[in-house]
Write a protein that binds this ligand. Sequence first.
Ligand SMILES: Nc1ncnc2c1ncn2[C@@H]1O[C@H](COP(=O)(O)OP(=O)(O)OP(=O)(O)O)[C@@H](O)[C@H]1O
Length: 327
Amino acid sequence: MERPSLRTRTGFDGSLIEYADHLVDAVRTQVGQGQALCALSGGVDSSVCAALVHRAIGEQLTCVFVDHGLMRAGEPEMVAELFGKHFGMNLISVDAADRFFAKLEGVDDPEHKRKIIGEEFIRVFEEEKAKLGKLDYLVQGTIYPDIVESDSDKGVVKSHHNVGGLPEDVDFELCEPVKYLYKDEVRKIGEYLGLPHELVWRQPFPGPGLGVRVVGALTRDRVRMVREADAIFREEIAAAGKESEIWQYFAVNPGCRSVGVSDGRRTYGDAIVLRAICSTDAMSADVADLDIAFLSRVSTRIATEVAGVNRVMYDTTPKPPSTIEWE
Ligand SMILES: Nc1ncnc2c1ncn2[C@@H]1O[C@H](COP(=O)(O)OP(=O)(O)OP(=O)(O)O)[C@@H](O)[C@H]1O
């Protein structure tokens, strides 16, 4: 289906970059002398919104980043470095890993895990908000497909983690500057605003983070295995120059153990599954055609470098019948 033009969606008659400048002015007018708050995940939508609103109102914006302990390797550091230091934003980083792990202990149902992560996120965010005093605007990275999708009456396949679910009697207004834009337009505006290419064009990453890439109950150790395996896989994909041909690639801990051998001794360790898919819209996906030599190199690195892992598999199932993420 052909998508409506920028002009049809926004009434704005100009280029996308001119529209970005227009949005900066519009946010400045909307917020006035008020105070704005943005939940910044380090993902594309909230990062672009934070950069845009910061350009418009500077010090009047505060961003809150919640580290739930389920981030990929280097992510909390990247957020602090880029938004805190480079852009000089008012950034509050909350280390909430203990809280999340405590709530998730022993929970193995995927929907229940997502729900707990979403609810705990809102709780942490609300606490930080309360500490800041009067707030006039909440910045949200709603994009056009979110609006269109929320109109859909299809059943829930996986519940989404969002700052949505706001109570009805809130005493602030929403600021949703990119709500008429498609993802690729948001990315282009992000680059225009000076966000790094790797962030703006990064692969999709679920809100519940690595929590949905560890099948069954989470432990810090199983999350660590996925985080380290994921970092190695990403490093090798980048070294092979394959980043742009693959839509999404990541590691999963499928929750099974098997026998292995290391230095002549029997091991009984965790398995890791590698998943890499090609897609244009995430509605359907094909398995990325990675050659055995490449996969074998990644597998050997993971099984020797990641403590507790002794077996690596490649997921060869398209979507459908599988989904992209395991949970
Ligand atoms: N760990 C986090 N810390 C702060 N804010 C978060 C965090 N996770 C999610 N959010 C907020 O919730 C929104 C929705 O999260 P979701 O995971 O659905 O991502 P998204 O819609 O792809 O947006 P983004 O690209 O910004 O991650 C984010 O845009 C962000 O405002």
